[in-house]
Design a protein around this ligand. Structure first.
Ligand SMILES: NC(=O)c1ccc[n+]([C@@H]2O[C@H](COP(=O)([O-])OP(=O)(O)OC[C@H]3O[C@@H](n4cnc5c(N)ncnc54)[C@H](OP(=O)(O)O)[C@@H]3O)[C@@H](O)[C@H]2O)c1
Length: 224
């Protein structure tokens, strides 16, 4: 059967109470052992995708540093308005590491021109007000031959993939922290499903203990 999208893995490190960051945005949840595991996983994918708020909050590099690897997956940032700032590590390293900024049709001409001025940066326009993930995934498969993409959050991005049933696998590290707080950030945001029956159906594949953390790996069930 011909594929219509790349294989999508959702990945996150969560606290025992299901948060990916505190209300201040502190998301330093993973241990070094878990970071090594994550970077090994990064070395197996064609692309790493995150949302603009994660860029603003964490200023990540999205490179492979904890393990040896002679290539870097393409970095994909969903940023409807093209607001990504020039002093972010993503833009500062965009000559060295291939990067795609995905914007929507509502981007201003000024931001579009600004982004086009980066020589090695690819800009994709998808969706009217927010990025149309389904359309984007088809494009990434067809034009970039991306077969495997790792989605590393945050909460809004994760929810969009879950809501639209656009992921295949889930790899979550549960770390021994309890942060609480209504305003801390959960693995998924959005409006949520109304019933458990509506929830995505998953099958447990593996459970791995990393000292004081647990890495759980679920695959999505397509027929049940
Ligand atoms: N523990 C972990 O594993 C982990 C991993 C990653 C992030 N985090 C934490 O997560 C927090 C950020 O999460 P967040 O939910 O605020 O932001 P996010 O998911 O990183 O980014 C969300 C933004 O992406 C843009 N976007 C464009 N198209 C979208 C679409 N189709 N669906 C959803 N979003 C789309 C929207 O902004 P525009 O409308 O401006 O485009 C949206 O507000 C940070 O505190 C970060 O530290 C934790």
């Amino acid at each position: 059967m011909e594929r219509s999208k790349p294989y999508i893995i959702l990945s996150a490190a969560i606290t025992l109470d299901g948060k990916i960051a505190t209300k201040c945005g502190d998301s330093k949840i993973s241990s070094n052992k878990d970071k090594t595991r994550l970077h090994k996983l990064r070395s197996t994918v064609d692309g790493i995708l995150i949302g603009i708020n994660t860029v603003k909050q964490d200023d990540p590099l999205l490179t492979i540093r904890y393990v040896r690897c002679n290539h870097n997956p393409i970095r994909i940032i969903l940023d409807s308005n093209g607001d990504i700032e020039r002093n972010t590590r993503i833009l500062k390293t965009s000559k060295k590491f291939k990067t795609i900024i995905v914007v929507s049709e509502k981007i201003s001409q000024q931001n579009l021109h600004r982004l086009y001025s980066y020589p090695n940066l690819d800009i994709i326009i998808s969706g009217k007000k927010t990025v149309d993930i389904k359309q984007l995934l088809q494009y990434l498969l067809q034009k970039y031959s991306m077969k495997r993409i790792l989605v590393e959050g945050g909460s809004n991005i994760n929810w969009s993939f879950v809501r639209e049933n656009l992921f295949d696998e889930l790899i979550i590290t549960i770390a021994p922290y309890l942060v609480g707080g209504k305003k801390s950030i959960s693995f998924l945001s959005g409006s949520g499903f109304l019933t458990i029956e509506d929830s995505t159906k998953l099958k447990l594949k593996t459970v791995t203990r990393l000292d004081n953390e647990i890495v759980i790996n679920y695959v999505r069930l397509y027929h049940f």
